[in-house]
Ligand binder design. Sequence first.
Ligand code: UT7
Length: 329
Amino acid sequence: MEQKLGVKIIGTGSYLPPKVLTNKDLEIMVDTSDEWIVTRTGIHERRIVDKNTSTSDIAVKAAREALKNADVDAEEIDAIIVATVTSDYVFPSTACLIQDKIGAVNAAAFDISAACSGFLYSLTIGVAFLKLQNFKKVMIIGAETLSKIADWEDRATCVLFGDGAGAVIIEASDNGSEFLDIFLGAEGNGWDLLSIPAGGSRTPTSIDTVNNKGHYIKMKGNELYKWAVKTMKNLIADSIQRAGITYDDVKYIIPHQVNIRIIDAALKRLKMADDKVVINLDKYGNTSAASIPIALDHLNCAGKINKGDILIFVAFGSGLTLASTIIKW
Ligand code: UT7
């Protein structure tokens, strides 16, 4: 990137629903074991919303936390970009529902569909907006209620996912905080590795699609696994090179919280120690677009990020989509 982007994250927030679903709970629901899930994924438990709670409900809680953390009023937000694959409705967007609930009356609002890479896609759009007149403060939210689209009879997928929301607010900055690298990519030829087959215009909802469970997550786990390891490795190596930094300069790597084996395998191939990697999948599972902003918020609220620290975010998922971002805090 020729010109560094002077942009600062001025506030973060997150929300995890209180209900904990442990691996032991899952042993009662499907033919699985705590041992299998921990060994194959690193996940011990995840959070699940109750049946009356939607994605916008938990996103609003994260958004309000971010406003408080940034000491910003909702009316000051110029755009709300929501990354989600579990929107409340097909339309309107979840962003519009959030805009209404938090009173961000001056904000444009829309959703982005890029699955697990959605937060980084949205962050990139937010950064681009800051280069436009009239956009001074942009709120980016990753929020998912994957429990609503998981097939709770399919042990190969239901053990992986969790619910949660994370939010950040960004503004232009001339105090040294900057985005050192941004990369977005897609490999659409792998679209069928992770999808929900029914309910769209290809296969509209019908009694058959409901009976055939077409509205739940379908995943080709093994193929995705290999792709994810290679992709995460390349994303980190390439973005570090483009940013003109070394691994020693990096304080934290926050990867999409997919599976500890994928993360470990990618780092091993890079010959990088794992002591800079932030992990929360053990407690929250894979929360798709929410996983990076939740991890970032928890670090921030714990006071573990200092001015000038360099953080790398990497994400990959359905689409297939892939993304990386390097920021100087
Ligand atoms: O978020 C975006 C993208 N998502 C991903 O990138 C996910 C990538 N994939 C993965 O993380 C892994 O492929 C999984 C964790 C999903 C699966 O791990 P795996 O080591 O690839 O297992 P597998 O699919 O090869 O299955 C091994 C065995 C099979 O039994 P057989 O055929 O060997 O008898 C499965 O039926 O494990 C069985 N199995 C389970 N057993 C107990 C699958 N799920 C379970 C389960 N409990 N929950």
